[in-house]
Ligand binder design. Structure first.
Ligand SMILES: N[C@@H](CCC(=O)N[C@@H](CS)C(=O)NCC(=O)O)C(=O)O
Length: 259
């Protein structure tokens, strides 16, 4: 029995749901609220106070990358990691980037393009609850709230994603999937980041520059796991909001992208 504590649209939860869907594994869903994340009971199983948390029997795991590798090893059918050590190392070269910088940078882009307007409209006590527990992320959020597209963090995040897209484009120039000839955890883990770039309108502004990534993203979207793990968790309200936010964020993103 698998239980997943998650948010429907959290990227790191999407990563784990993609891995589960690729392996055709069912799970019990526990949708969390921000208040739940701060409760003593939840902090006891995930001391960082974020999602996802994955429970499989007696095993309680946090950190999406570790969870996805665990899923792949604990349920060996339909493998998401190749047999050779070198190919596995190459996959970890992609997924490590997520933990090192992409995850924080996607938060920066999303906050400016989407969350910031709501954040500024809330009273101080609600803002306090929504600020990340992590002090560095908290300071960055306050800077983004004040400076939006003028923040150095925002400029850096735009550059970081351009570098990712260029690297992916290069890797996909002579390969259908990111590592070797087969779909792997590298593709699964990066899928929610591309979806987020699409949601905030970033991908649409730059897609012509990265044709191989475009072809890859079309293939990823055609996989049943994309529907099950990502689209099925979005509501009609989410999509309406996404369309409005894209329009609103477009000038800020286009300026930062130099378009
Ligand atoms: N490195 C962690 C990152 C977890 C994380 O940042 N979770 C976000 C959603 S993607 C979250 O729960 N944010 C709520 C908060 O920080 O209050 C992982 O990959 O699992």
């Amino acid at each position: 029995m698998i239980t997943l504590y998650h948010f429907p649209r959290a990227i790191c939860a999407q990563k784990v749901r993609v891995a589960l869907a690729e392996k055709h594994l069912a799970f019990e869903s526990r949708i969390m609220t921000r208040q739940d994340l701060r409760s003593a009971g939840y902090l006891a199983i995930n001391p960082n106070g974020y999602v996802p948390t994955f429970v499989h029997g007696d095993a309680v795991l946090t950190e999406s990358r570790i969870i996805s590798e665990y899923i792949d090893e604990a349920f060996p059918d339909l493998p998401l990691m190749p047999p050779t050590p070198l190919a596995r190392a190459r996959i970890r070269g992609w997924t490590k980037q997520i933990d090192d910088s992409l995850h924080l940078n996607v938060f920066v882009l999303t906050f400016v393009a989407s969350f910031r307007t709501d954040f500024l409209s809330w009273p101080a006590d609600v803002r306090e609850l929504r600020l990340p527990l992590n002090f560095i992320k908290r300071s960055i959020t306050l800077d983004l709230a004040e400076n939006a597209g003028q923040s150095g963090y925002f400029r850096d995040a735009v550059r970081r994603f351009r570098t990712l897209l260029a690297d992916m484009n290069l890797a996909l120039g002579d390969s259908e999937w990111l590592v070797g000839g087969a779909y792997s955890l590298a593709d699964a883990d990066l899928t929610p980041y591309l979806r987020r770039l699409e949601e905030i309108g970033f991908w649409d502004l730059v897609c012509d520059e990265y044709p191989h990534v475009g072809r890859w993203f079309t293939a990823v979207r055609a996989r049943p796991s994309y529907q099950t793990a990502i689209r099925d968790w979005e509501t009609a309200e989410d999509r309406k909001r996404e369309a409005a936010e894209i329009l609103e964020a477009r000038p800020t993103l286009a300026f930062a992208l130099g378009i």
